[in-house]
Ligand binder design. Structure first.
Ligand code: FRU
Length: 650
């Protein structure tokens, strides 16, 4: 719904007269007053593809700027004469490298870079727009920069026009000053956020050569959803992240929707060029979600990288799975060793064979198709799981109670709800009804690292729906969670527990014996901004127990056997000490609650992660903490408060 609305708003451009001024079209025999430095730009516009360059297309007329003249190694700048910013938007064509600040078109005002647009690791020149509204009437220059010497170390540009109409969604960002990022008022300190702009789903979670990769649905140009591009970050531990250049840019087949990435260890796709295996990303090209992909369908495509994910090449044979239904998307690919095949669960909207709407028209059901492939390029339909799952399927195998011989497959959708069952390499047969994955309000579209050397499955969700007023970024990820399957009194359940790597953030740990008598007890040890707190108690006669952190009340009700937080309910009953995970050996028959508190979020784990809830909120300024025991007392209680450090401070 949300995506459709945003799209419709973008495509509905008004049809009034356009005021335009052509600044440069590079059709002349020389650069017509532009000044070149270095060697990359030569002395005159290019007229096509240079030797050894992939085919260049998309420029207007015969001449354009192409800094591949001396190959990727050559560098230089090309600077325009001064002009007056007479219209709000600068529309132009840009291609070549996606190195921000290094292969880009800059707008200079007073000698400072005020706007910047890189290429997209694509030789084709795509339309781009910069919003110069802040500089109307000022004198400016354009500068085309090529200071990169490695892969995609060149820039293509053409046809600069000042206009009162944006030809594409404008790039609103200024050149990034990273020194000021990560300590803003509402910047989460141990949850991943993009430096700037909107992000949603985690994509392409893969571990390779000592690095955890996190790609993510990103809008490089604004704080709202749109222009979906794969952002990229790497980490040695899933906690400390470094954001890199974008990995996949929109193209004529669509914007880049969610997908996954794998290490092609056996070189099944033959993309490997050096000693190390290639990384291969399977993504959805969301046709029709941009001006340049109008009329195209949603398809599944692949791209590969031979430099540890730093640069990506889209496969010439794309798409690898054609459009099969309505909005097919979010391929999650993994290697199934017993059948020696790649397997791809894919979300597909298809006509419901039975259900009709109120007017008798067929309805759409949102299911999961399974495809298999020997080489990541050729895919065959294997089966479908026809339960309502909606977007972003996730699928992996886990031992039950740690016993290798007794395992189940877990299939989940974007809501986090899941089924447990068996999988033979082609078909998933559920053995449970749909089970609840998260009792909170802010967890969506998770994906898992499912190919880790230590065999763990680590899961990361998008904490959908948080608010970040005044921030350069919008949205945050959850913390990485280790998954396991455990037999509980209700049956086998998926247990989620903060990944052990978060332990590296502990600045101080304090164990407190908490009063058990009725009343309100201040908890100075938990009155902190960044916190990992564990409360354990053996109920007595108390009817309610309320843990208050940063102005939020987490209320446990003895009779109901549940905890209420932000108006939602999390099942939480006294349990055997063997239930769930723990950091300190639990008491038998206790209630256990772990809370991770960051600047704008709170994640709750009930009884060692057997139940979980995620919430985004902006805490009250007062960081006070208290425990209130009402209408009776507790038999026993203890609390451990771990103060956490920021993951962004080096
Ligand atoms: C889930 C989702 C995916 C899609 C992506 C687009 O949040 O809608 O299904 O691929 O976001 O950004």
């Amino acid at each position: 719904m949300f995506i459709r609305f945003a799209l419709a708003a973008f495509l509905a451009l008004p049809a009034t007269a356009v005021a335009e001024q052509l600044l440069a079209d590079f059709e002349g025999a020389d650069y017509s007053g532009w000044t070149a430095s270095g060697t990359a730009f030569g002395t005159a516009p290019a007229r096509g593809t240079w030797p050894n360059q992939q085919h260049v297309g998309g420029f207007r007329g015969n001449g354009f700027v192409n800094s591949y003249l001396g190959g990727d190694g050559a560098t230089g700048t090309l600077t325009s004469p001064e002009f007056t910013v007479s219209q709000r938007f600068l529309n132009f064509l840009v291609g070549g490298g996606a190195h921000e600040g290094q292969t880009c078109v800059n707008v200079l005002v007073g000698g400072q870079v005020v706007r910047s647009a890189p290429g997209r690791d694509d030789e084709f020149l795509n339309m781009a727009t910069l919003d110069l509204g802040d500089f109307t009437g000022k004198t400016a220059r354009l500068q085309i920069v090529d200071s990169a010497t490695g892969g995609w170390g060149h820039i293509n540009a053409d046809h600069f026009v000042l206009s009162d109409r944006a030809a594409t969604p404008p790039i609103t960002k200024r050149a990034v000053d990273t020194s000021r990022l990560y300590d803003e008022t509402h910047r989460p300190q141990f949850h991943f956020t993009a430096q700037q702009g909107w992000h949603n789903d985690p994509n392409g979670l893969v571990f390779f050569a000592g690095e955890y990769h996190l790609f993510f649905q990103h809008n490089p140009y604004g704080r709202e959803w749109g222009n979906m591009t794969w952002g990229h970050a790497v980490s040695p531990d899933m906690v400390h992240w470094q954001q890199l250049d974008h990995a996949l840019w929109p193209d004529r087949t669509g914007t880049m929707f969610s997908g996954s990435a794998v290490v092609d260890r056996n070189n099944t796709a033959s993309f490997q060029t050096g000693k190390e295996p290639a990384l291969v990303a399977l993504y959805t090209a969301a046709g029709g979600t941009s001006e340049e992909s109008k009329g195209q369908p949603f398809t599944q495509c692949l791209a590969y990288s031979n430099d540890r994910g730093r640069t990506w090449t889209k496969y010439a044979g794309n798409p690898v799975v054609p459009n099969v239904g309505d909005g097919d998307r979010d391929p999650k690919v993994f290697w199934h060793a017993p059948t020696k095949r790649w397997v791809m669960p894919l979300y597909v909207g298809e006509k419901d064979p039975v259900k009709k709407d109120a007017k008798g028209n067929p309805t759409t059901r949102h299911v999961c198709h399974f495809y298999t492939s020997p080489d990541l390029k050729v895919w065959s339909f294997a089966s479908q799981f026809a339960e309502e799952l909606y977007e972003c399927p996730g699928f992996f195998e886990l031992p039950v109670d740690g016993r290798k011989r007794d395992s189940r497959w877990v299939l989940f959708g974007a809501s986090g709800d899941y089924w447990l069952g068996r999988f033979d390499g082609r078909e998933f047969k559920a053995e449970t009804a749909k089970l609840k994955g998260n009792y909170g309000a802010n967890a969506y579209a998770a994906q898992a690292w499912d190919d880790l050397p230590d065999g763990r499955i680590v899961y990361l969700d998008w904490m959908q729906g948080g608010k970040y007023p005044g921030m350069p970024f919008n949205q945050q990820m959850g913390v990485p969670l280790e998954l396991s399957l455990q037999t509980t009194p209700d049956g086998i359940r998926l247990v989620k527990w903060p990944a052990k790597e978060l332990g590296s953030l502990i600045a101080n740990a304090e164990s407190v014996t908490v009063p058990t008598a009725a009343g309100r007890h201040e908890l100075p040890a938990a009155a902190k901004e960044l916190l990992d707190v564990e409360l354990e108690f053996i109920p007595g006669t108390a009817e309610t127990v309320t843990l208050e952190l940063r102005g939020q009340k987490l209320v446990w009700n003895a009779k109901a056997g549940e905890l209420t937080a932000f108006g939602r309910k999390l099942p939480l009953r006294p349990a055997a000490r063997s239930l769930g995970r723990h950091t300190e050996k639990p008491w038998n028959g206790s209630v256990r609650l772990r809370v991770l508190l960051d600047r704008t979020s709170l994640e709750l784990f009930g009884n060692g992660g057997v139940t979980m809830a995620s919430f985004c909120f902006i805490p009250a300024v007062d960081p006070g903490a208290a425990l209130t025991i009402e209408s009776g007392s507790l038999a026993k209680a203890r609390l451990t408060a771990r103060t956490l450090k920021s993951a962004w401070v080096k």
